[in-house]
Design a protein around this ligand. Structure first.
Ligand code: ADP
Length: 368
């Protein structure tokens, strides 16, 4: 057996300083999950999610410090969201199987999932319009189409072709309407039937998250596959989500499903930012008369009862369908329309809830 010992790795890491916090990464208790075997070293640096975007250089410095040790064959350091709870003891004994730590994506400030209890409620339409509305509100936005069974973002955002890779490893995201996008739809032909097994799903998702040159993003919108089964739960666990938005139609049955969605996110400690009611009512394109075909308002009442914010409602409107199915969703196609305004207001609220938290300045200590 060759290669350094855990102690030697920790000693090397003691020379890596987190200047913002004024200490070394070991002394500050940031190192976790250290694994050292035959010259292969892996560990995580636990950081506050709000600082993740700035700490890529710290991660690289930690890798270099370990790489310089004699006998090291490979080093892999990831930034992970700091776990809740008391600070670990100084000296950072290696901890294994913490489970709660999720690797963050450098440069991406916040990640918000759009979910639904079942298919066909307009989850992808909502995700696309929400992303474009966040963009219209001046943010740097990416869309990750995690609906690998039925990717619809290429069509909804009007993007076709294949992503490039400069180095043969990291993919450049595709772009349109000012947002970046990655989707399994770019990588496999639309008509190809795909049989995905659990581990393949996770590895595809991980690659789309981490092996994509997202660059600096304020927010990454993740379009989850419909449903609240194990696959969705695992995804919600794997992605460092800042929060989730649930899309529902007003029908009772869909609402039951929305409730399952809420429980799913609560189980994995992801804050539910709110519920959006889609296909809330119907406006006749001919006479303009409004009909509440699906007992409109169900989601609002349900949200109140479940103590979740109601973010807004969109009617069943052919303009919403035609624009998103045509590759230019209504927020871009008809920015002055009432619907676009609703999406922008919802985007505002979502950003208020996750963005404000991610950029909150550290409290200043004033000694008088
Ligand atoms: P999901 O992602 O939940 O499966 P989609 O977003 O793909 O659902 O929407 C299913 C279909 O319904 C699409 O053709 C979409 O254009 C249409 N659609 C979604 N929301 C609306 C709406 N508010 N009004 C009219 N059509 C809609």
């Amino acid at each position: 057996m060759s290669g350094p010992s855990e102690q030697q790795v920790l000693d090397a890491l003691r020379r890596v300083r987190d200047e913002e916090r004024g200490g070394d990464v070991v002394g500050l208790g940031m190192v976790s999950g250290l694994a050292v075997r035959d010259g292969h070293v892996a560990f995580a640096l636990e950081v506050e999610p709000s600082r993740a975007a700035r700490l890529e250089s710290l991660r690289q410095a930690a890798e270099r410090a370990v790489d310089a040790l004699p006998g090291v064959l490979s080093v892999s350091a990831v930034l992970t969201a700091q776990r809740q709870g008391p600070a670990p003891p100084r000296g950072a004994a290696p901890r294994h199987g913490t489970g709660a730590a999720k690797p963050l994506i450098p440069g991406v400030r916040t990640i918000v999932a759009v979910a639904s209890g079942k298919g066909g409620v307009g989850k992808s339409t909502t995700a696309a319009n929400l992303a474009l509305a966040l963009r219209a509100n001046g943010l740097r936005v990416g869309v990750l189409d995690a609906d690998i069974y039925g990717p619809s973002m290429p069509r909804m955002l009007g993007i076709s072709g294949r992503p490039n890779s400069r180095d043969g490893r990291v993919l450049e995201p595709m772009q349109n309407h000012g947002v970046k996008c990655m989707s399994m739809g770019f990588l496999v032909p639309e008509e190809t039937p795909m049989i995905w097994r659990g581990p393949m799903v996770m590895s595809a998702l991980n690659q789309m998250l981490r092996d994509v040159a997202w660059g600096e993003l304020d927010i990454l919108v993740v379009d989850l596959p419909p449903g609240t089964g194990d696959a969705q739960l695992t995804m919600a666990q794997q992605v460092p989500l800042s929060g989730a938005v649930i899309v529902s139609t007003p029908q009772d049955i869909a609402l039951l499903d929305a409730r399952k969605g809420l429980n799913m996110f609560r189980k994995v400690d992801v804050p539910v930012l709110g519920i959006i009611e889609n296909m809330s009512y119907f406006t006749c394109p001919h006479c303009g008369e409004r009909s509440d075909i699906f007992s409109h308002g169900g989601a609002r009442q349900e949200a109140a009862r479940l103590n979740v914010e109601f973010l807004g409602e969109l009617p069943l409107d052919i303009a919403i369908r035609e624009t998103s199915d045509g590759g230019t969703p209504i927020v871009v196609a008809q920015p002055e329309s009432a619907h676009a305004r609703v999406y922008r207001a919802m985007a505002n609220r979502v950003w208020e809830k996750v963005g404000a938290a991610s950029s909150r300045p550290a409290p200043r200590i004033i000694v008088e």
